[in-house]
Design a protein around this ligand. Structure first.
Ligand code: FUL
Length: 470
């Protein structure tokens, strides 16, 4: 133990863990490229003004007379979101599709005389608009009579089969860890291993999200903030979803030596609540607040699932859509002018340097590899000295997340240092903002890595100073 610890201290990560770095699946890599998508909380709570329905609500309360999933998709598209995950069933047990395994569904509601099917409409609209479609199927069910008995696990499996067979492809399946009491006062012992097997068999590429994955993990809070140090790795042995999950701080940062590749997803609502409440129309997050969340989620290598609740008509409100469009404009404006692209990028090794085009080609598969951190670095020479306040880095993660510590040096025209930024992980994407500084050269070096770091993008921007992370 003592010897291996000494070895680690002396060598950093480079030698010790070379063979034990977990790697992503192709589905996980594709999922990380999605970066930002919507969550939609919708159901009886929308009509009863609750967050956690009791499961005793009369199904007839559900009556979204103007439901229009095309409108949701149009707004998602306009906001630059890449998909929509809907609460197919929340804790109240109400199913947004006419499930054969429940008597508390759209079929029992007054909506369209019980002939409506939200999942059918949304999955079709997502296809039409080129958006990915996902479902949140709450394991906790306060309505189902079988809840609290082994039979409920069969019910849950049957519901999964229904959804995956009739509404696929399902790109993401969302499970939370809530496990309260059902209608007969009992809690359920969930057979998650079986649930996972069923999903994998029906749809091997679906990303399963929960506190501990297996494919994507919770970021540990509902503010939408990933840790500044954010490893895509997590140790799950001995942990469960919900009460038995790793500490939230661990979920927030991941485990540096974590044995599994399970990147973080940040869930947050555009309003204080998850479901629609009229009194929150004035509390919709502003474009600037959403931008801050974006910096602290996508900008820290995680994905952002932003909840936009549909209202009682079955539509997104104008308050939410206005803010979402504003948010898109801020992103477009901030990241439209890559100053690095107009300059020249170099791979430097000791006294030698060569020009590289790999860092601004928007192609994650072209990258530069740092094999000798002591002598190698990447450097952007801007056309002229310019005030900059934002640097975006990307790591190619095909062989796992490798960079553990890096330094960015901002240098003037004589190569004298004007600012130094030190940080830890990069991951899928890292957006660093800082007070505007004039520089001509920007140099990235790696201070510690688990294995050779592969940098696929290095972009430089001057964004609106009010957007710089506080
Ligand atoms: C939690 C639920 O209890 C909340 O109601 C909400 O759905 C959130 C996204 O997940 O576990």
């Amino acid at each position: 133990m003592f010897i291996s610890l000494l070895f680690l201290i002396k060598t950093g990560f480079s030698q010790a863990n070379k063979n034990s770095i977990p790697v992503p699946t192709n589905s996980q890599l594709a999922w990380q490229n999605m970066e930002f998508y919507f969550f939609v909380h919708f159901g009886p709570n929308t009509f009863t003004n609750l967050e956690w329905g009791k499961g005793t609500e009369n199904a007839e309360v559900f009556d979204p007379k103007e439901l229009n999933c095309d409108q949701w998709c149009r707004i998602a598209k306009a906001a630059g979101a890449k998909g929509i995950v809907i609460t197919a069933k929340h804790h109240d047990g109400f199913c947004l599709w006419p499930s054969k395994y429940s008597t508390h569904t759209v079929r029992e509601s007054s909506w369209r005389n019980g002939k409506g099917d939200v999942l059918k409409e949304l999955s079709a609209a997502c296809k039409k608009y080129g958006l990915k479609f996902g479902v949140y199927l709450s394991p906790w069910d306060r309505n189902h009579p079988a809840y609290g008995t082994p039979k409920y696990n069969d019910v849950f499996v049957n519901m999964l089969k229904e959804i995956f067979t009739n509404y696929g492809p399902i790109w993401e399946l969302w499970w939370d860890g809530a496990n309260g009491e059902g209608p007969n006062g009992k809690k359920q012992v969930y057979d998650f291993a079986r649930f996972e097997r069923v999903v994998r068999k029906l749809s091997p590429n679906t990303i399963i999200f929960s506190d501990i994955g297996p494919d994507a993990r919770w970021c540990g809070n509902e503010h939408g903030f990933a840790g500044k140090t954010n490893w895509d790795n997590l140790d799950t042995a001995g942990f469960k979803r919900g009460a038995g999950a790793p500490p939230t701080d661990t979920l927030n940062h991941g485990n540096v030596y974590g044995k599994n590749f399970i990147p973080a997803e940040c869930d947050v609502s555009i309003r204080p609540g998850w479901f629609y409440h009229k009194e929150e129309d004035s509390l919709v997050k502003t474009p600037e607040q959403l931008f801050e969340i974006y910096l602290k989620s996508v900008g820290r290598g995680a994905n952002l699932i932003l909840n936009v609740p549909a209202d009682r008509r079955g539509l997104f409100t104008r308050y939410d859509s206005a803010s979402l469009i504003g948010f898109k404009k801020l992103r477009d404006k901030s990241f439209s002018n890559d100053l690095a692209e107009k300059g020249t990028a170099y791979f430097i090794s000791g006294s030698k340097k060569r020009v590289t085009k790999n860092l601004s080609d928007e192609n994650n598969q072209s990258f530069e590899t740092i094999t000798e951190p002591a002598v190698q670095s990447l450097e952007i020479a801007l056309k002229t000295p310019q005030k900059i306040n934002c640097i975006v880095l990307k790591e190619n993660l095909v062989k796992g997340q490798r960079c553990a510590e890096f330094t960015l040096k901002l240098l003037d025209k004589d190569h004298a240092m004007v600012k130094e930024i030190r940080d830890t992980t990069i991951g899928h994407k890292r957006i660093l903002t800082f007070p505007a500084t004039e520089a001509k050269f920007i140099n990235l070096s790696v201070k510690d890595q688990k294995a050779p770091t592969r940098i696929s993008e290095m972009k430089i921007y001057s964004i609106d100073p009010v957007l710089v992370e506080k």
